[in-house]
Design a protein around this ligand. Structure first.
Ligand code: 6PG
Length: 478
């Protein structure tokens, strides 16, 4: 074979990824279950580079130079297993299978283990950036063996996006499921970012009384500052868009039920298993869930509550500036929680993930790309053992500077009856971490009371139990 890489599964992500490889000078074998898609790709885009169309798995595998590198771009789940089953008998020791779908990292761990036994490298790879990213440069998060990255890295570095300093946005994340785990958390953060932006929009609309067009302007302005990010940029585009059929703001004609494909939910499920408080991310997932409960919302519409009274012009502008602070502070919290989860996953599975390098490869190409990530990279590069982003001096100062306005916005939202679960949960997390004493002491007392679950003391080591049903004396419980 002559192709340096192959892509099987030519739906839009697979097709664009194949084109990206070809445009960067690689010979790309392309294959799809229905051959019509393969032919269409070569017909439409054949002049972009060198493609080798393959009609069958055998032809596809034969087209690849050895050791073979083949990228699977099919729907995550059973489809991935089916394709692996189909190709494995055709492969040889040392070949590399790359799964570029949004697989669950536990599936990736299983597949990697099974294939390793047969001498095949399985590289579960997070790819972010949507269709455009796949074509022009995504952010790429490969897991798997060091050896596989040595063979694959140079190709991925060519097709990845480039950060402002020119570095390609790809790095070997760690063994087996590490890449898909990091992609999963990326998506959890993506959900949180989107929810926080939505809350800012909601407040600007109903408390500041701004129109969607005005809010688009406000976001454009914010996007020139520290919030500079892809998601703020596209939010302005969406808000400025007018529905052609009705002439109304587009955002007013879209059904207000947010859908999801599952990666945000996984982030929270896994965070619960690992015991990592990702409350901001969790609220973002729940906010989508609430929005989708049409009957429940219908049944609750008559519940009493305030109707926000829009502020006057000058007040509105001052309020908008405070919302920017609340958004920024809450964003710091989401990333703090997300990076905590990556650190915890890395610890649990022995992945040794470099958090600075994760921040570095999220600086371009991916959906959460933002200026801000360069400073996260710097924070972790300077202090790899940083216990939390909030313990970085610069982030601590920034969040400290924002906190008065942040509190004001959360209080205003509560008073005016505008739901801001992301802002509120993030602020509660911040205050919980700051607290000298938490009411968890009382929780321990309650647990000991009803279940003799024991507690520890502040003044001496050991576990204790109070005889609540007896004379209430304390006994050692070890
Ligand atoms: C990306 C995205 C992508 C994800 C979509 C949709 O990084 O390119 O995260 O992988 O599939 O954002 O996610 P939901 O349908 O769950 O919103």
């Amino acid at each position: 074979g002559t192709a340096q890489i192959g892509v099987t599964g030519l739906a839009v992500m697979g097709r664009n990824l194949a084109r990206n490889f070809a445009r960067n000078g690689f010979t790309v074998a392309v294959h799809n279950r229905t051959a019509a898609k393969t032919r269409a790709l070569v017909e439409e885009f054949g002049d972009e580079g060198s493609f080798v169309p393959a009609e069958s798995p055998e032809e596809f595998v034969a087209a690849l130079e050895r050791p073979r590198r083949l990228v699977i771009m099919v729907k995550a789940g059973e489809a991935t297993d089916a394709v692996i089953q189909e190709f494995v008998p055709l492969l040889e020791e040392g070949d590399v299978i790359i799964d570029g779908g949004n697989a669950h990292f536990a599936d990736t761990r299983r597949r990697e283990r099974e294939l390793r036994e047969r001498g095949i490298h399985f590289v579960g790879t997070g790819i972010s950036g949507g269709e455009e990213g796949a074509l022009h440069g995504p952010s790429i998060m490969p897991g798997g063996s060091v050896e596989s990255y040595a063979s694959l890295g140079p190709l991925l570095e060519r097709i990845a996006a480039k950060a402002p300093d020119g570095a390609p946005t790809v790095a070997h994340i760690g063994p087996d499921g590490a890449g898909h785990f990091v992609k999963m958390v990326h998506n959890g953060i993506e959900y949180a970012d989107m929810q926080l932006i939505a809350e800012a929009y909601d407040l600007l609309r109903s408390v500041a009384g701004y129109s969607p067009a005005r809010i688009a302007e406000t976001f454009r302005e914010w996007n020139r500052g520290r919030l500079d990010s892809y998601l703020i940029g596209i939010t302005a585009e969406v808000l400025a868009h007018t529905d052609a059929a009705t002439g109304r703001p587009f955002v007013d004609v879209v059904a207000d039920r947010a859908e999801q494909k599952g990666t945000g939910r996984w982030t929270v499920q896994i965070a619960l298993d690992l015991g990592v408080p990702v409350s901001g991310i969790a609220e973002a997932v729940f906010a989508r869930s609430v929005s989708g409960h049409t009957a429940l919302r219908e049944a609750s519409r008559g519940l009493p509550g305030p109707v926000p009274r829009p502020l006057d012009e000058a007040e509105a502008d001052r309020f908008a500036a405070r919302v920017e602070q609340a958004l920024y502070a809450s964003k710091i919290v989401s990333y703090t929680q997300g990076f905590h989860q990556i650190a915890a996953g890395s610890e649990e599975y022995g992945w040794n993930v470099d958090l600075g390098s994760v921040a570095a490869i999220w600086r371009a190409g991916c959906i959460i790309r933002a200026d801000f990530l360069d400073r996260i990279r710097e924070a972790y590069d300077t202090r790899p053992g940083l216990p939390s982003l909030l313990s970085d001096r610069q982030f601590a100062e920034e969040i400290g500077g924002a906190q008065d306005d942040w509190r004001d916005v959360v209080a205003t939202a509560a008073r005016e009856g505008v739901p801001t679960p992301g802002f509120s949960a993030s602020l509660a997390y911040y205050d919980a971490l700051r607290a000298e004493r938490l009411p968890a002491a009382l929780t321990q007392g309650q647990r000991d009371f009803f279940g003799a679950h024991t507690y520890r003391r502040t003044d001496r080591p050991g576990a204790f139990h109070t005889l609540w049903g007896g004379d209430r004396s304390e006994v050692a419980a070890d």
